[in-house]
Design a protein around this ligand. Structure first.
Ligand code: THG
Length: 370
């Protein structure tokens, strides 16, 4: 079957400030994220780019992680209304991974939230229209806030040699940046917000570029200075992110799942005196217990290509569905993230999965994978 379909680019499927560069650097596929191009592959096999990410340093165009800026007198109240994570004691200059939920506790998004001060926040969103949700809430609640999507284009520097590279450009000061903290650093007459974060478990930073000219000069310099370190362009990596159990909104979970079902209990604060949508619902769900849960699965297979969720069965019974999966060179089998129904997530049962009319055996396990 021929498979040379292309995505037709247009203003609506927005390019990023880095698109022309990565297209000269060997990007081979895109996905669409927040109505924007997000690179999904570069030259070399998936396993080669995986090994490179785990051993060297990569620069990623993750501009599709859009910022929703909430500014004004009621900014804290609005941000808190959207998330079940207690932000009442959040500190300026820190990032917070936060489930955003609706009135039923359903997941709307799972962004990184940046606190500048009580009256200015950025919500660094995964793939859903948080700005519209925030605007609706602010209008309904008569909040005094402005809600915008500023032109911020993140480039991530990820991999074990990320700080070797960053030190060459920003000096020793950058080494002091702590995990999930952010600070402004000067480069060529502009300041760039840099956070120690990123969608890999290999370490590194994300540079929130607001000044395009300076940002592109920085992008080029990182590649120049990184030659000795074997720097390469890259993108969020399917194998690495599944092995690290970093969740992907829209793939692993959506509005039909609540944060307790997603295993995000650490970020669900029901005891405190804060006001957020869906709080009563989540309290009830916690009391009654969840009916399904995101779990790991391991399948005796040497490749898989998931386009949509596939049912997992025991006998005639559907016990859940696999939502993301990939062959892992580390575990030497297919690993995946699956929503498993009660009571099967409690016992680590063996299941069957049918792919192209053939049946394979797999087993349920905890995530992160060990
Ligand atoms: N960085 C920024 N914005 C983003 C992402 C990012 N927006 C979209 C998407 N990624 C949001 N989703 C996630 C999912 C997981 C994590 C971050 C964003 C993550 N989790 C860490 C972990 O699980 O180890 C840390 C969580 C914590 O302990 O606070 O990093 O990557 N700017």
């Amino acid at each position: 079957m021929p498979s040379n379909q292309f995505v037709a680019k247009s203003r609506r499927l927005r390019s990023t400030i880095y698109s022309s560069r990565i297209e000269n650097q060997g990007v081979t596929s895109y996905t669409i994220y927040n109505h924007m191009l997000l690179p999904a592959g570069f030259e070399g096999s998936l396993e080669e780019t995986y090994n490179h990410l785990k051993n060297h340093v990569q620069i990623w165009d993750v501009a599709a992680e859009r910022q929703i800026e909430i500014k004004g007198k009621d900014a804290y109240q609005l941000v808190q209304l959207m998330t079940c994570r207690d932000l009442s004691k959040a500190k300026e200059g820190k990032c917070y991974y936060c489930p955003i939920i609706d009135e039923n506790g359903g997941m709307i998004n799972d962004p990184v939230v940046l606190k500048f001060n009580n009256e200015k926040w950025w919500i660094s969103i995964a793939d859903s229209d948080v700005m519209l949700f925030a605007k609706g809430l602010a209008l309904g609640k008569n909040f005094e806030v402005s809600i915008t999507e500023p032109d911020v284009n993140i480039m991530a520097v990820q991999g074990p040699k990320a700080f070797d590279l960053l030190e060459r450009v920003f000096g020793k000061e950058i080494l002091k940046l702590k995990f999930y903290n952010f600070k402004y650093f000067n480069f060529k007459n502009a300041k760039h917000l840099i956070a120690r974060s990123g969608w890999s478990k290999q370490g590194g930073v994300e540079i929130y570029v607001e000044n395009t000219k300076s940002g592109l000069e920085l992008y080029d310099l990182l590649f120049e200075e990184g030659k000795e370190l074997n720097v390469k362009p890259g993108c969020p990596h399917l194998i690495e992110r599944i092995e690290g159990a970093l969740l992907s909104y829209g793939n692993d979970m959506d509005i039909n799942d609540n944060p307790l079902e997603c295993g995000l209990d650490k970020f669900v604060h029901l005891e405190n005196d804060i006001d957020f949508l869906g709080k009563e619902k989540l309290i009830k769900i916690k009391e009654n217990g969840i009916n399904k849960k995101l779990m790991g699965v391991k399948i005796n297979l040497d490749k898989i290509n998931l386009r949509s969720a596939i049912h997992l069965t025991i006998g005639d019974k559907i016990i859940g569905e696999i939502r993301s999966a990939v062959f892992s060179p580390t575990f030497k089998m297919v690993i995946g993230i699956a929503m498993i129904n009660k009571p099967y997530f409690l016992s680590k049962d063996q299941f069957d999965i049918v792919i192209e009319n053939r049946k394979y055996k797999g087993e349920i396990c905890d995530i992160p994978f060990v």
